[in-house]
Design a protein around this ligand. Structure first.
Ligand code: 0A1
Ligand code: ZN
Length: 853
């Protein structure tokens, strides 16, 4: 059962039965829940056996059309009912099974969280509930009866009837089993109302534990905004009478788009100014939207098989990114998204876990909920939109919904819609879905002066993609390169133009230029590639000052910072050009505070290490840490006075509001605080701690105090106030290890892990400490291997309980091959220790074997 089996896209075959209807009758009990199912099938192929998935089910009885089957059902693996046992026409399969939700620590299928029953069925959780064709292309309407004394009983679709101890739900929209959900518990609702564009009233509820109601209002507002936005921007209306959201404390991922009954990790629902940061608010808004948007992109149109996961995830991430840009600042959102993409997806693409957005094989599908499927999947759609234009995109999406509503689709279906709507041939573009790796673009400039003092500029581009596991050679891709030209006086002489690169090498010439311009390339991050170009510091500073494209501006500053940091890690002094350029940003009050915060935050240590490795050098984590500290200190020293003034000017008085404008000011303030703490010994951080009126400031101040090594009192106060609030205490655990000076982080992590309130079985708490520690680059990559051993020990421990969480945590090792031989040996030994655990899960086994290569 634990032996990994590779699944191949090429082996997909249609299911030989149509599932006409699913009826479930569930009697809930913590140790023995009974699930009675009745599935109405119609054969599509003569002579086919009925094959059903199931895991860990205690089967009580099986029947076809009321005739009991005398069949010993296997405990795990498929149940095969021979064709000879089946009628020729439609028939009803019935099963009664018992399951044990209390013993379910993997949080997959039906489980208990604080006395509340809930489910998680994506990707293959339903097979832990009953025998079923657990694949996304088998869709049926569901009728569900829940029996329990718990006061609130929820499932998908619309409520049909209820009485004491039972409730019945009916979902008319055919859906695959992965979108099934049930919830039963002692819950209270924060209600809301929505009327769709065509006049359908919808009852909305955010269900939380009693006492949490006052923290659910923001989620409700975000839901209503999402519903309106999807009508206005995509013409998509909601299609049931009710929409329920439930917050649970124990949840493997962020949230889940079950039809009409979204289930959320409570950290992505509950927010108050005292408990949630600005970042939490923004994230809640985005994830509420993401799950809601899945109603059309995922539920009404779903995936044919799990290889197509990015069909729903890439598109839905793209949609939630559009939503956030509309709700907040488009420029800031784009920069944030690129930062995340580089930190997570580029990192994945550069290491042993690289895979295409649409993989063609996998062992454990739960290991493929990755940055590549999600974030790169979204970037690919952004490129498509850039290539076909806004109007072409809208036409293609209208056609997608019209043609494929109610179907389970593939990436080929998706691309065909764009071809049919726009007349474009997307055969080459399809490589973005099938090929792994980040293309590297190299740009050269050739200036040909003319007699009049002007001239023409030729831009040459080459593209190449490094080998990735299983894909040694890569053909050229279609790359939309957004380019603009800035004249020497800072004026734009050519607004953004999209160059469509299709060959390995190509060039474009711009004639009749009055003077040699500065090239602003890859504006808006028009394609998920790395761009190599020769550019000196003054030119970068020029672009930072003058580019009209906010992304390109920020990118110029980042380039300057990385050059400075890499130089310092190799022994150079802080680059005065960089320090001066930052001075200009600090002084420029016309800039959006959020943008200034993004520019002033130095690249992270992992990013510096990645850049070092991409230049063919071995990163030294200690030198990188020292360089980043040194540059931050140099900035603070050089600009102490204006930084102090700006810090004061960015104070946001009055009532807390989580909107983009106020959040941007707080963010700039905290970015400055982090710099000034390096030279004021933490005095400002202490003052902010003492006066902070909301969690954003409290946590920002606390992080600076932790970094300065003077957080003892603040940590005690934070704990005293946060005790009893799980989400607040997660932050307390996390900040102590992620923000700690690297030399102290491991000891802190070890001592925190001994505390009785380190409830590591809760995924959020586990990630706060183990993930928080691994995010401390120099601590995790400590030369003696202690960081690796700590993480590996906790991965092994978690694997026994919750394989999905353990396997996801393995990605902390995905960059191990970057480092020196001694660190590599320590990392390998740590991973081998995980691999040696008897009974290791399939999930973690697959991850370790891919990591070790
Ligand atoms: N479809 C959800 C994410 C999700 C995936 C898997 C899960 O369990 C293994 C849970 C949630 C989303 O994109 O939000
Ligand atoms: Zn999703």
């Amino acid at each position: 059962m634990n032996e990994p089996v590779t699944q191949y896209l090429a082996e997909w075959r249609p299911y030989p039965f149509r599932l006409l209807e699913t009826r479930l009758d569930v009697t809930l009990s913590p140790r023995a829940t009974t699930v009675r199912s009745a599935l109405r099938f119609e054969p599509l192929q003569a002579g086919a056996d009925l094959v059903l998935d199931g895991e860990g089910l205690a089967t009580q009885s099986l029947a076809i059309d009321g005739r009991r089957l005398d069949l010993a059902a296997p405990a795990g693996g498929p149940l095969v009912i021979a064709a000879a046992e089946l009628p020729h026409g439609p028939f009803t399969f019935e099963a009664e099974v018992t399951i044990d939700p209390e013993a379910n620590t993997a949080l997959e299928g039906l489980y208990l969280s604080n006395g509340m029953f809930c489910t998680q069925c994506e990707a293959q959780g339903f097979r832990h509930i009953t025998w079923y064709p657990d694949r996304p292309d088998v869709m049926a309407p569901f009728t569900v009866r829940l029996n329990s004394d718990l006061p609130v009983l929820l499932s998908n679709g619309n409520p049909v009837a209820s009485g004491p101890g039972w409730a019945e739900w009916h979902d008319p929209w055919p859906k695959p089993a992965y979108l099934f959900a049930l919830v039963a518990g002692d819950l209270v609702a924060v209600p809301g109302k929505f009327t769709t564009a065509s006049g359908r009233p919808v009852a909305l509820n955010v269900w939380v534990r009693p006492g949490d109601q006052d923290r659910a209002g923001f989620a409700m507002e975000a839901l209503i905004a999402s519903m309106r936005w999807d009508e206005q921007v995509y013409g998509r209306e909601y299609d049931l009478d009710v929409f329920n959201i439930v917050a649970v404390d124990d949840f493997n991922m962020g949230a889940m788009e079950n039809k009409g009954l979204n289930i959320f990790n409570s950290r992505l629902v509950l927010a108050s100014p005292e408990t949630a940061t600005d970042t939490d608010y923004e994230r809640i808004e985005a994830v509420i939207a993401h799950e809601y948007f899945h109603n059309w992109t995922g539920n009404r149109i779903t995936c044919r098989d799990w290889f197509q996961l990015c069909l729903k995830e890439g598109l839905t991430v793209f949609r939630d990114q559009q939503f956030t840009s509309d709700m907040r600042s488009a420029a800031v959102k784009r920069i944030e998204d690129v930062k995340t993409l580089r930190a997570r997806q580029f990192r994945e693409d550069q290491g042993p876990l690289a895979h295409p957005p649409r993989p063609d094989h996998y062992q454990e599908i739960n290991n493929f909920y990755t940055a590549t499927v999600y974030e790169k999947g979204a970037e690919v759609i952004g490129m498509l939109k850039r290539l076909v234009g806004d109007e072409g995109y809208r036409k293609a999406l209208d056609l997608y919904f019209e043609r494929h509503d109610g179907q389970a689709c593939t990436i080929e279906d998706w691309l065909r819609v764009f071809e049919d709507a726009t007349g474009r041939d997307l055969a080459q573009f399809a490589r973005w879905y099938t090929d792994a790796g980040t293309p590297q673009l190299t740009m050269t400039e050739h200036w040909r002066p003319d007699a009049a003092g002007g001239g023409s500029l030729t831009l040459g581009f080459t593209q190449a993609t490094a080998p990735t596991p299983g894909q040694p050679n890569k053909a050229p891709r279609v790359i939309p390169i957004a380019v603009g030209l800035i004249g020497p006086n800072g004026d734009e002489v050519m607004p953004t133009r999209i160059l469509e690169m299709t060959e390995a090498a190509q060039s474009w010439t711009f004639d009749s230029l009055g003077a040699r311009p500065v090239v602003s390339a890859l504006r808006g991050f028009s394609a998920p590639v790395t761009l190599q170009r020769q550019m000196d510091g003054p030119t970068r500073a020029f672009l930072l000052a003058h580019d009209t494209d906010p992304f390109a501006r920020w990118e110029a500053g980042r380039g300057l910072a990385l050059e400075a940091l890499i130089g310092m890690a190799a022994g150079a002094a802080p680059d005065p050009g960089f320090v001066a350029a930052m001075g200009a940003v600090i002084a420029d009050n016309t800039l959006d505070p959020a943008f200034r915060a993004l520019v002033l935050r130095l690249p992270g240590e992992d990013e510096i290490a990645a850049e070092t490795a991409s230049r063919g050098n071995v990163p030294d984590p200690d030198a990188i840490h020292a360089a980043r500290e040194g540059l931050a200190r140099a900035l603070a020293e050089a600009h102490q006075t204006p930084l102090g003034a700006l810090y004061d000017a960015m104070a946001v008085p009055g009532e807390y509001r989580p909107d983009a404008a106020d959040a941007g000011k707080r963010d700039l303030r905290l970015a400055i605080l982090a710099l000034l703490t390096r030279i004021d010994g933490g005095a400002r951080a202490q003052a902010l701690w003492d006066s902070a009126g909301n969690m954003t400031e409290r946590l920002g101040a606390l992080a600076s105090l932790v970094a300065a090594g003077r957080a003892e009192a603040a940590l005690r106060q934070f704990e005293a106030q946060g005790r009893g609030n799980r989400l607040v205490m997660d932050k307390w655990f996390g900040v102590q290890v992620s923000a700690a000076p690297p030399k102290d982080a491991l000891a802190t992590a070890e001592s925190l892990s001994q505390r009785p309130d380190f409830d590591w079985k809760n995924p959020n708490r586990y990630r706060a400490l183990i993930g928080g520690f691994a995010a401390n680059h120099a601590a995790f990559h400590a030369a003696d291997g202690g960081g690796y051993r700590f993480a590996a020990g906790w991965i092994s421990r978690m694997d026994e309980l919750n394989p999905q969480i353990a396997a996801r945590q393995c990605s902390v090792f995905e960059t191990w091959a970057r480092y020196d031989a001694s660190r590599r040996a320590h990392a390998q030994a740590a991973m081998q220790a995980i691999a040696a655990r008897p009974g290791l899960s399939r999930n973690t086994k697959e991850m370790i074997s891919r990591l070790l290569g």
